[in-house]
Ligand binder design. Structure first.
Ligand SMILES: Nc1ncnc2c1ncn2[C@@H]1O[C@H](COP(=O)(O)OP(=O)(O)OP(=O)(O)O)[C@@H](O)[C@H]1O
Length: 310
């Protein structure tokens, strides 16, 4: 039997003017689970996260946490949610620990509790030696870790992370991933939005691919790959910079191909035949590799920048 949902989103709809931003978003996360919402710019990820926070009123749909409708949980329910926004909004006039205290006071935690949580969280996020430093003394990765620590001050059961590692270097990203996995082991439920497929693959049990306000597919990372991309992938580029044109050959040989800029991504049952065709052709560069979540993402959400503002 699958675990009961801790967070449930049912048929979320949101319109700005005539434009439908969320068109029936549905998903759920069991307690202690991690769900990654991936999608192109403007897909509706932040709007979904803001709706859970109660910041964006919905036109219809329901959000339930721990079995209760969020709107009826009120402030007490929202206090069980920690939020890591897309942009760091730490207070530059305060020190590292003062930033945590401000949040603790916001949640009306007793002083002794704030002190204890601040010490624990600075240690957890490897920031103890920076406690008295101004925010300007922190690197981008440290600021991100402090933003996560701040979101954890009141020990929330659900942590919402809007693009938690965008713009960070690989070491900084790995440290954050490690801490997010630690949080899961402690029972925290995570919902993250990301543009990084490797992040979704590394952290999430379930990945939802959202585009134009709709979840196009959701499954485990492996399940998404296996059900959308058969076998390996061949990337083809022409040396003259033009995109390879599959018209005259791929129909008989390759099941599927997608154009991404100047690259043709091929996959299908007859990939080896296509390979032999190009290996000795000096006009082409090629790369054969295992299929990834990014291939699924590109296949489902379209390759080229759209002209409709998304
Ligand atoms: N207050 C608003 N008024 C009008 N349109 C809005 C408003 N907030 C968001 N939108 C539009 O809703 C769409 C979805 O925005 P959202 O921020 O949810 O996308 P996203 O998937 O988080 O994108 P990104 O990856 O760029 O952060 C966008 O086209 C955006 O312009």
């Amino acid at each position: 039997m699958s675990n009961p949902a801790f967070l449930e989103l049912k048929h979320l709809h949101k319109q700005y003017g005539k434009r439908e931003i969320l068109r029936g978003v549905d998903f759920s996360i069991p307690a202690g689970g991690c769900y990654a919402l991936v999608g192109p710019n403007g897909a509706g990820k932040s709007t979904t996260v803001r709706a859970i926070q109660g910041l964006t009123p919905l036109d219809s749909g329901e959000i339930r946490m721990d079995g209760q409708t969020l709107s009826t949980l009120g402030a007490a329910g929202r206090a069980r949610i920690g939020v890591v926004p897309q942009m760091d909004n730490l207070d530059p006039d305060f020190s590292v620990e003062e930033n945590l205290w401000t949040y603790g006071r916001y949640f009306r935690l007793p002083k002794t509790r704030i002190r204890q949580r601040s010490t624990e969280l600075l240690d957890f996020m490897a920031l103890s030696s920076y406690a008295r430093q101004p925010i300007s003394a922190l690197s981008g990765g440290m600021q991100r870790r402090l933003t996560i620590a701040r979101a954890l001050i009141n020990a929330p059961q659900l942590l919402l992370l809007d693009e938690p590692t965008t713009g960070l270097d690989p070491q900084a990203r790995h440290l954050i991933w490690q801490r997010l996995r630690d949080l899961r082991r402690q029972g925290t439920t995570l919902l993250l939005t990301t543009h990084y497929m490797d992040e979704a693959e590394r952290l999430a049990d379930q990945v939802g691919i959202i585009d134009q306000g709709q979840i196009l597919a959701q499954d485990t990372p492996r399940g998404l790959i296996e059900s959308h991309i058969p076998g390996e992938v061949l990337e083809l580029r022409r040396l003259d910079g033009s995109t390879p044109d599959p018209e005259n050959w791929h129909q008989q040989q390759v099941m599927l191909s997608e154009r991404v800029g100047d690259t043709l991504i091929c996959y299908g049952q007859n990939l080896q035949q296509v390979m032999t065709h190009f290996v000795h052709n000096p006009d082409y560069r090629w790369l054969q590799r295992p299929a990834s979540l990014e291939d699924v993402f590109l296949r489902l959400t379209g390759r080229n920048l759209r002209e409709d503002g998304y």
